[in-house]
Design a protein around this ligand. Structure first.
Ligand code: V47
Length: 401
């Protein structure tokens, strides 16, 4: 066995919490969790037990030298337009073209804004998503990606959800494969995990009837993987879905990963309700956030990473999530707009010092990465001493849109 199970774990499941003991045996044997197993864990009140199983699964599936790692990236979000033709009921970010708050950025403005960002030289990832807008067409994104790669060659370009790629293919009347290839040639390196929401048709019909289906989302990621791109996957919980529908979402992702193998991380998100049409009675509790982390780690045995996107989940529950199967905390996230439009109370960007502090307080080791989990820097004691104020990101960095 690659991991020596501490006695207290065995004692916990053997003596007090024996209803979860068969799942401990499964984790230790490396057996796959079934749909029924995962639903059982969602419904179990034994949050700590489920968390212990997930933490154990994370350790067993991770090389010993990396078991303490918590990955993060110095990243910068770019949302080139908020104009969107789609009508997702949970979106507070979108605007109609005639709205006084509608915007569409020229490429020169995007580049100039990044140049104005004081820490641009240590950025490692651009996260680019936007509304479905005819002005933001294939030529626009190809030019944007070329400009980003030329100006900032040290930064990975992770951009456009499967839903956006589908929209661009439709307005250009081109096969989606050609759209993806054009964007790869322009510098696209990875796809973000957005647009997945919850795959259940019942929920999609209700909250995002204009969006691609779950099957289409999975097919587009499969195609992107076959063309050499890596990608992430999300689940937007808090839309009124059941635990069964969350588990079905995860199982669909696991099946896709078995086929195409290009997913790097799974990111359970939760909905915010300001300025949109979703009933806040569906809001997730901290208990459910932690269950999402733990159950996804157990079910998604072929996903290398489970990410706590602290902007959605909150800094504190994200930190606790590090004991529930999470091994990635996304990043500095400069300039997030989508969840902030819907009322998240998280701060706008975290400094490197804040992020590394959060991780180190949990007893783990902060490891700075690029979009592909290549190590940029291990933030151990020695590296932390080097963190002089000049290298600390400005907490309140802001730019006008
Ligand atoms: O798909 C929209 C969500 C997602 C709301 O790949 C909302 O590394 C909360 O995909 N409340 C975009 N969420 C975020 C996303 C993402 C985030 C972090 C990392 C990565 C990655 C991807 O935002 C959308 C949608 O599910 N969203 N409206 C809302 N009211």
């Amino acid at each position: 066995m690659p991991y020596d199970v501490p006695d207290y774990i065995d004692a916990y499941f053997t003596h007090q919490h024996d209803s979860l003991k068969p799942y401990l045996d499964k984790v230790l044997a490396g057996e796959r969790f079934t749909y029924d197993d995962a639903v059982h864990l969602y419904n179990s009140p034994d949050l700590l037990g489920v968390g212990m199983l997930a933490d154990l699964a994370r350790k067993i599936r991770t090389p010993e030298a990396e078991q303490a790692y918590v990955w993060w990236v110095h990243n910068y979000h770019i949302n080139p337009t908020n104009i969107c033709e789609d009508t997702c009921h949970f979106c507070s970010f979108k605007k109609g073209p005639a709205s006084p708050h509608a915007y569409f950025w020229a490429i020169d403005k995007v580049i100039a804004d990044i140049h104005a960002y004081p820490e641009k030289d240590t950025l490692r990832e651009f996260h680019i998503v936007a509304g479905h807008y005819k002005g933001a067409d294939l030529a626009y994104y190809a030019d944007l990606f070329k400009a980003l790669r030329k100006e900032f060659p040290h930064v990975n370009v992770k951009g456009l959800t499967a839903a956006e790629l589908d929209y661009i293919a439709k307005i250009e009347a081109l096969p989606i494969e050609q759209v993806i290839q054009t964007l790869i040639d322009a510098g696209l390196q990875a796809l973000p995990g957005g647009g997945a929401e919850v795959f259940a048709e019942r929920i999609r019909k209700e909250v995002c009837p204009g969006k691609i289906t779950g099957e289409e989302w999975l097919d587009i990621h499969g195609l992107a993987h076959s063309m050499g791109l890596k990608s992430n996957a999300t689940m937007l919980a808090g839309l009124g879905e059941t635990p069964e529908e969350r588990v079905a979402h995860m199982i669909s992702l696991r099946e896709q990963q078995d086929k195409s193998g290009g997913f790097l991380s799974f990111i359970p998100l939760n909905c915010y309700y300001e300025g949109n049409r979703i009933n806040p009675k569906y809001a997730l509790t901290g208990f459910e956030n932690l269950k999402n982390f733990a159950v996804s780690r157990l079910v998604l045995d072929n996903f290398p990473h489970i990410k706590a996107f602290w902007i959605h989940i909150g800094e504190k529950i994200s930190q606790v999530g590090l004991n529930f199967g999470v091994d990635d905390i996304d990043g500095t996230v400069i300039q997030e707009k989508i969840a902030h439009a819907a009322g998240t109370q998280s701060s706008q960007g975290l400094t490197m010092r804040q992020l590394t502090h959060l991780i180190r307080q949990s007893g783990r080791l902060p490891v700075e990465r690029d979009a592909f989990y290549n190590i940029v820097k291990v933030w151990d004691e020695v590296a932390m001493q080097d963190l002089v104020p000049a290298q600390v990101l400005k907490k309140a960095y802001s730019k006008s849109t």
